[in-house]
Design a protein. Structure first.
Length: 629
């Protein structure tokens, strides 16, 4: 019997779950009372004693009586990907856009590269090109899943040579052709790792004169009217984001940094008179950031049009990250939507025995219905814009999230419930509004009944071949579900070619993920077993011949295997086509121990799809999976 029954009742009332089953050993882990108190405090409830907990319960019951309850949105069809595909489904390329190496970018893959990729994808009969989240990152930020804003995009994806003002701006043209610019560009293009600070500085030398030309109206009145239409359409969200970026530039020059929580108090809110006055006094700088978003939106729209012309039946499949940086634009612009004093993460599991803390605050489930799910709607509309399909990262967030009180380890966190049916109702509505399909990233610990709720609404699930196994080995191709996107791996796993050796395991050992030699040896034994079992599955279905297996052979065989599943969509990773070995991300490893998200694709995009490894994989895709030419 609990010593704090009113605390437990209050926690349950606001959605803090009483416990969960451990992914490590299956045992039931009860939520600690200290965790309940801390999470309730973050939500604005005083549960320090039973008396205060009782007062808060009384207050909640009175509020519920006044509100009269809220009807949930009825279940309905997201847009079906099958409607745009043949009866055998389709395939597409999945790419970390920023990591691409090409002669079109400044050392950071951009929308010119994406345009080339969709044309090549169309020539191969692909249905889609899937990209990492293109969200706006903090200057110097590298993780696509920890953005400053999920409503707007990262300036480094701009193709400066496609900005209309360039042909009217001799100064920018001279800079592009100047020796210093070309030398720095070549250095950044040839680098093995991203240098986002240097890329941003180089891009800025071009954007400044181009924006000055825009302000002079060099492209005519229609360009100006298009910009004003975009500003009006995006409304206060864009105005606040542009103001936030201008303030960040200002305070960074002054040595205060870009974290708004460290700015002088009057500037910590977009609605303050001081912030508004700054915007008026620095109108050109604020406008420049809005113009950058306008041009990003225009260029991405051009790529989406290019995808349709190239015959991609789904077009672009974009990615909505789970959260936003607490120091970033979204948290500054919409503070009422987030819970401070809490971080999102995951409880301990076999992949991360100590659990994970992902560094960003959760959306407040109580605040969501108060504004009619407006902020959630804004997120979805930004994600669906120019997309034929939208991937929802960690889709279990629609039902529950693991909250960790700030300053405490993940073992002291707890799951918190979200209004699933209402959120799914908004998602369905926006899918239909934009004519785009939805893909749920529902990997890991999935709540009971969640998969059924997705399937009811026509939302595709995710399946990863390296996870689809039991004690006997890898699952046969015929046992994969139909309403899914299947891939060989994810950005949190090593590329397929890494299975041939153990370099990625030695990397995990060097950063402490595998804490000692015994753990490394155990992982090496497991790797050999996994490789043998995978090859056995591929041979048993006729996709791999007996004898020595090269990485190219295994990649081609697994591609053929995935295409033989009943799954709606098959995603083929460009990292696997390039035979990359190093993981792009080591989850749970801090940047000082490993530079996740900085590894670039070794082979240039211009030749990647024509090289022997890629041609072998693409040859394994049957005609039934390809769009008719």
């Amino acid at each position: 019997m609990s010593q704090r029954p009113l605390l437990h009742a209050l926690a349950e009332r606001v959605g803090i779950l009483p416990g969960h089953h451990s992914a490590l050993d299956g045992r039931y882990v009860e939520t600690r009372d200290g965790t309940r108190v801390a999470l309730l405090a973050a939500l604005g409830f005083d549960a320090s004693t039973e008396a205060t907990a009782e007062e808060e319960l009384t207050r909640l019951e009175a509020q519920a009586a006044d509100a009269g309850g809220m009807a949930e949105a009825p279940a309905s069809r997201c847009v079906s990907a099958w409607e745009r595909l043949g009866p055998s489904g389709g395939f597409g390329f999945c790419v970390n856009l920023y990591s691409l190496r090409s002669s079109r970018n400044l050392g950071f893959g951009n929308l010119a590269d994406l345009s080339l990729l969709v044309r090549r994808a169309g020539a191969e009969g692909a249905a889609f090109v899937g990209v990492n989240p293109l969200h706006a990152l903090p200057p110097g930020g590298v993780c696509p899943y920890l953005p400053s804003s999920r409503l707007f995009r990262h300036p480094l994806y701009l193709d400066p040579t496609a900005i209309p003002e360039l042909v009217h701006t001799p100064e920018a043209g001279r800079r592009l052709e100047g020796e210093a610019f070309r030398e720095e560009r070549e250095r950044l293009r040839s680098s093995e790792q991203l240098d986002v600070v240097a890329v941003g500085a180089l891009l800025e030398t071009i954007l400044s004169p181009l924006h000055a030309s825009f302000r002079r109206g060099v492209c005519g009145s229609e360009r100006t009217r298009a910009f004003e239409r975009y500003r009006h359409e995006q409304g206060p969200a864009l105005a606040n984001h542009a103001l936030f970026e201008a303030l960040g530039d200002f305070f960074e020059r002054g040595g205060m940094g870009r974290d708004w929580r460290r700015w002088p108090a009057p500037f910590r809110s977009p609605g303050s008179s001081e912030a508004r006055k700054f915007g008026e006094e620095h109108a050109a700088e604020v406008e420049r950031h809005a113009w950058i978003q306008f041009e990003l939106d225009r260029q991405l729209g051009e790529v989406a049009d290019e995808a349709r012309r190239a015959g991609l039946s789904l077009g672009l499949y974009t990615d909505l990250a789970l959260g936003s940086d607490p120091a970033g634009s979204d948290a500054w612009s919409f503070p009422e939507s987030f819970v401070s004093g809490v971080r999102v993460g995951a409880p301990p599991d076999a992949f991360s025995p100590e659990g994970q803390e992902w560094g960003f605050p959760p959306l407040d489930p109580g605040a969501l219905p108060q504004d009619g799910y407006a902020f959630f709607t804004h997120l979805l509309r930004a994600g669906f814009r120019h997309a034929g399909a939208l991937r929802i990262d960690h889709a279990m967030c629609l039902e529950r999230l693991f909250w960790i009180p700030e300053g405490r380890p993940p073992s002291e966190g707890a799951y918190v419930r979200y209004p699933r049916d209402a959120l799914l109702g908004v998602l369905v509505r926006e899918s239909l509004r934009h004519g785009a399909a939805v893909i749920a990233e529902d990997l890991g610990t999935v709540p009971e009944g969640f998969g059924h709720a997705l399937a009811e609404r026509g939302i595709l699930s995710s399946r990863v071949a390296l996870f689809e196994r039991d004690d006997l080995g890898f699952r046969p191709s015929g046992e994969y579900p139909r309403e899914t996107l299947v891939t060989a791996n994810t950005h949190d796993l090593p590329p397929l070619a890494a299975l041939a050796g153990d370099s990625d395991l030695r990397l995990r050992h060097s950063v402490g993920h595998l804490p000692d030699d015994a753990a490394l040896e155990a992982a090496q034994v497991e790797r050999a077993r996994d490789r043998e079992q995978l090859d056995d599955r591929l041979r048993s279905e006729g996709f791999l011949r007996e004898g020595e297996v090269r990485p190219t052979d295994r990649a081609a065989a697994l591609t053929a295997f995935l295409c033989a599943t009943p799954a709606c969509l098959v995603g083929v990773s460009l990292d696997d086509l390039a035979l990359e070995i190093e993981p792009v991300n080591l989850p749970g490893v801090p940047p000082e121990r490993h530079p996740s998200w900085r590894r670039r694709v070794r082979r240039p995009l211009e030749t990647l799809l024509d090289a022997e490894p890629a041609r072998a994989c693409l040859a394994a895709i049957p005609a039934s999976r390809r769009a008719p030419r």
